[in-house]
Design a protein around this ligand. Structure first.
Ligand SMILES: Cc1cc2nc3c(=O)[nH]c(=O)nc-3n(C[C@H](O)[C@H](O)[C@H](O)COP(=O)(O)OP(=O)(O)OC[C@H]3O[C@@H](n4cnc5c(N)ncnc54)[C@H](O)[C@@H]3O)c2cc1C
Length: 318
C-alpha cells in the first residue's frame, strides 16, 4: 500500500510539476500513513531524486523510453503498477500526463481525477478540483480509494519538498510488443514563443486598471527596474496591449514566481488560478474590496499611477 509519483523529465531535467507533485504526495502520504515512491525513466534524474524523503526511487531503464511515446509510457507504467501495487498514482498535470494517463486509467479500470488543486482527508481521501472555469471547487472521492490523480501547476510548493536519502530500485519492463502506431512528431512547447513566464523569478502583471495602452510604459519601466518579466490579465491581452503569451490565468500561463506584482487587477478567479502559487503576491488596487487582496501577501490600496512611478524611481536610485 503506497503512493507512486510518476516523474516527468526531459534529458534528465526534472519537470517542475513533478517536483510539486512529490511535495503534494509527501503531504498526502503523511495524512494517509502511506510511503511515497517515485518512478522515473532516466538514470541521472533517478540519482537526483534520491535526495528526497521517499521510500525508494524506481528507475525504469529502457532506451525506448528516452523519447516520449504515450503507448510505451502507458505500457511501462502498467508493468510498474502491476509490480508495486500502489493505491494512488500521482502525476503533475502536464501535456504528456494528460495524454498517457487517461489511456492507462481506462486500461486498468482505475479512476483518474485530473487537474486537482489539493486534497483533504475526512474518513476517506477527498481530492479538490475546480470546475466551471474555477468558479466552483468540487470534492471528489475515488472509488475504492485507488486511482490516478494529477496536480495542477502551483498547487503545492516545490520548495516544500522534504529532503532525505533513499535507495534506487531498478525495474525492467518489456515493451517490445507495444505497437508502433504512434510516431511522435516535433515536441510541443508548453510555452510558445520566446516568453516562458513559468521560469520568471519576478513578474510585474498589469490589469485593466492601467486604463489605456499609452499608460503601459510606466509598467514596463517598473518591470525593467525589478529585472522582471511583464505579464497581464486577459482584458489587457484582448485589447492588444500585450501579446497572448504574456497572459496569466486559466486561458493563459500558470506562473509561480518568487514575487508577483499585480497592478490594477481585480483578481478574478480565472486570473488567480494562474498565479496563486506565487511565493509572494503584492497587489496595488484602488478598490479595498478587490478580491486580489484576499490572496495578496502585501496590499497597497492606492491609485497605481501614484505608486508605480515612485516605486520605479526609488528602485532606480538604489
Ligand atoms: C472562460 C474564461 C477564461 C478566462 N481566462 C482568463 C485568464 O486566463 N486570465 C485572466 O486574467 N482573465 C481571464 N478571464 C477573465 C476574467 O474573468 C476577468 O474578467 C479578468 O481577469 C479581469 O481582468 P482585470 O482584473 O484586469 O480587470 P477588472 O476585473 O476590470 O479589474 C480592474 C481592477 O483595476 C482596479 N483599478 C482601476 N483603476 C485603477 C487605478 N488607477 N489604480 C489601481 N487600481 C485600479 C479596479 O479597482 C479593478 O479592481 C477569463 C474569463 C472567462 C470567462
Amino acid at each position: 500500500m503506497s503512493i507512486l509519483v510518476f516523474i516527468q523529465q526531459e534529458n534528465g531535467q526534472i519537470n517542475r510539476l513533478s517536483i510539486e507533485a512529490i511535495a503534494g504526495a509527501q503531504q498526502l502520504g503523511k495524512v494517509l500513513g502511506k510511503p511515497v515512491n517515485v518512478c522515473v525513466f532516466n538514470e541521472s534524474s533517478a540519482n537526483e531524486l534520491t535526495k528526497f524523503n521517499l521510500q525508494k526511487v524506481i528507475l525504469v531503464n529502457n532506451s525506448k523510453l528516452s523519447n516520449y511515446n504515450p503507448l510505451n509510457f502507458a505500457a511501462s507504467m502498467e508493468q510498474v503498477i502491476s509490480k508495486e501495487s500502489p493505491d494512488l498514482i500521482i502525476v503533475g498535470h502536464t501535456y504528456e500526463a494528460r495524454d498517457w494517463v487517461p489511456r492507462l486509467s481506462a486500461r486498468l479500470d482505475l479512476p483518474f481525477v485530473s487537474d486537482c488543486t489539493g486534497f483533504k482527508s475526512d474518513e476517506r481521501l477527498i481530492v479538490i478540483r475546480s470546475i466551471f472555469q474555477g468558479k466552483i471547487s468540487s470534492n471528489v472521492t475515488l472509488e475504492g480509494d485507488k486511482g490516478f490523480i494529477s496536480f495542477q501547476s502551483g498547487s503545492f510548493r516545490a520548495d516544500a519538498i522534504e529532503s532525505g536519502d533513499c535507495p534506487i530500485s531498478i525495474i525492467d519492463v518489456d515493451i517490445s510488443q507495444v505497437s508502433d502506431s504512434i510516431k511522435p512528431g516535433e515536441k510541443f512547447q508548453e510555452s510558445k514563443g520566446e516568453v516562458d513566464l513559468s521560469r520568471a523569478n519576478i513578474i510585474v502583471s498589469v490589469g485593466r486598471g492601467i486604463g489605456k495602452e499609452e499608460n503601459m510604459p510606466i509598467v514596463k519601466d517598473l518591470a525593467k527596474s525589478l529585472n522582471a518579466e511583464i505579464a497581464a490579465s486577459r482584458p489587457v491581452v484582448d485589447y492588444g496591449w500585450l501579446p497572448h503569451e504574456r497572459q496569466v490565468g486559466s486561458s493563459g500561463q500558470t506562473v509561480t514566481p518568487k514575487m508577483y506584482l499585480a497592478l490594477g487587477m481585480s483578481g478574478a478567479v480565472q486570473h488567480q488560478v494562474g498565479m496563486k502559487g506565487s511565493d509572494c503576491i503584492v497587489a496595488i488596487n484602488k478598490d479595498p474590496n478587490a478580491p486580489i487582496f484576499e490572496i495578496a501577501d502585501y496590499g497597497i490600496v492606492e491609485d497605481l499611477f501614484e505608486i508605480v512611478p515612485k516605486l520605479s524611481e526609488s528602485l532606480n536610485t538604489r
